[in-house]
Design a protein around this ligand. Structure first.
Ligand SMILES: NC(=O)NCCC(=O)O
Length: 390
């Protein structure tokens, strides 16, 4: 009922390229397409490769070399992102489904810790199936949990403290204090295992089978940037990646790394995936990390979404392909389209300012021009600025 791609799924776009091109052609492809003729791949500890082999996940790590400055010391941080499939059929008890995911995550998080990852982000709604396609309230609402003391937070708090790692945990949140409302939320846990805050998804999709608006409303937490021991981080949850102003506000608030935990399927968005988070890194002079689920999730009852498709009970293929982009637009290859994975980027946060100095995007962005234009554009009597030919 759960997981794994069909045998016809392409395992990896990047591997397809590297299996077809060699030598100078491959270097030219990489330079033009990804910004660097050769990736600076980091070696992975043998024990970790064995762990990955044993538990069937991919592990890859890349360095983003950055020029040393005279007056500021380098601010080297290891970022980790995890993509994973669900483990258990979606008609099994909730606790069993959640525990299945916890059990596999322990191995991947341990691998991240062994590679000295400082900040780790998981995928959207990581501890449950992405059941919002169904529009059924039960049992799916029962997965919603407290951001402070729900099972996912308790599980990750312990690991964050044990490994001295900041962990971002995107969950389905139940706010019991405020009307038992449900939210799509990323919880930020610091390296001591303390919840330092949360961000709620700002933009909720109403496209295809993404019937999330049946369950939760647009977030009410603005654009928080969390100042952690390892840098200033923010989270732009999934569909927010289609909204340039959402990315912009995290930049204005000083983010150095913006994570984009997502759940999206190949029929809908795969051609957009390599562009949006990468473009945001370029436009806002920060690092971005695009993280997608993997596998095909199947639900007990058929559903429709008013788009002419016949009733079905599979959401489609979550294509993984998580990747990291630096502020200069250089990116890593993507993780697999079909397999769980841990992707690590060793970055120097000084690059954010170096790119601002070089390209001047923050200096030239004309915020007050747009503030004025936008405040006019939202008025009911706004007349679009169109010059007619006659
Ligand atoms: N989870 C989510 O917001 N998905 C919407 C589809 C997309 O943005 O590609």
């Amino acid at each position: 009922m759960a997981t794994s791609a069909t045998s016809s799924e392409l395992p990896s776009l990047d591997k397809l390229i590297t299996s077809r091109l060699t030598g100078n052609e491959l270097e030219e492809y990489n330079r033009i397409q990804y910004g660097k003729n050769k990736y600076d791949e980091l070696s992975i500890a043998k024990a970790n490769l064995e762990l990955a082999e044993k538990h069937n996940f991919e592990i890859a790590a890349y360095n983003f070399p950055t020029k040393n400055e005279e007056l500021r010391s380098a601010r080297i941080v290891k970022i980790g992102v995890i993509q994973h499939s669900i483990t258990t059929a979606t008609d099994k008890p909730i606790v069993e489904q959640r525990q299945g995911i916890f059990s596999k995550m322990i191995n991947i998080i341990e691998a991240a810790a062994n590679e000295n990852v400082n900040i780790l982000c998981l995928q959207e709604a990581w501890s449950m199936p992405f059941a919002f396609c169904t529009r059924e309230k039960y049992p799916w609402c029962e997965f919603a949990e407290s951001a402070i003391e729900g099972p996912s937070t308790m599980f990750l708090k312990e690991l964050a403290a044990r490994f001295g790692m900041v962990i971002i945990s995107p969950i389905l949140e139940r706010d019991e204090v405020h009307g038992d409302t449900i939210w799509n939320t990323a919880v930020v846990i610091n390296e001591s295992g303390k919840v330092i805050g949360k961000h709620r998804k700002n933009h909720i999709p109403r496209v295809g089978d993404f019937n999330e608006s049946t369950y939760y409303f647009e977030g009410n937490t603005g654009h928080p940037v969390f100042e952690t021991k390892f840098g200033k981080i923010a989270i732009n949850i999934c569909y927010g990646r289609h909204h340039p102003l959402n990315w912009l506000m995290f930049g204005i608030n000083g983010a150095e790394i913006v994570f984009n935990p997502s759940a999206t399927v190949s029929g809908l968005s795969e051609h957009l995936w390599p562009i949006e988070a990468r473009n945001a890194a370029i436009a806002n002079s920060y690092y971005t990390c695009a993280i997608n689920r993997v596998g095909t999730e199947k639900f007990p009852n058929e559903f429709t979404s008013g788009d002419g498709k016949l009733a079905h009970n599979e959401f489609g293929h979550f294509y993984g392909s998580s990747y990291i982009t630096a502020p200069d637009g250089v990116r890593t290859p993507g993780l697999s389209r079909v397999k769980d994975g841990l992707l690590i980027g060793k970055v120097d946060l000084n690059l954010c300012r170096q790119v601002k100095d070089k390209w001047g995007f923050t200096m030239t962005q004309r915020l007050n021009l747009y503030a004025e234009s936008l405040s006019n554009a939202v008025k009911n009597d706004y007349e679009p600025q169109i010059i007619h030919s006659n």
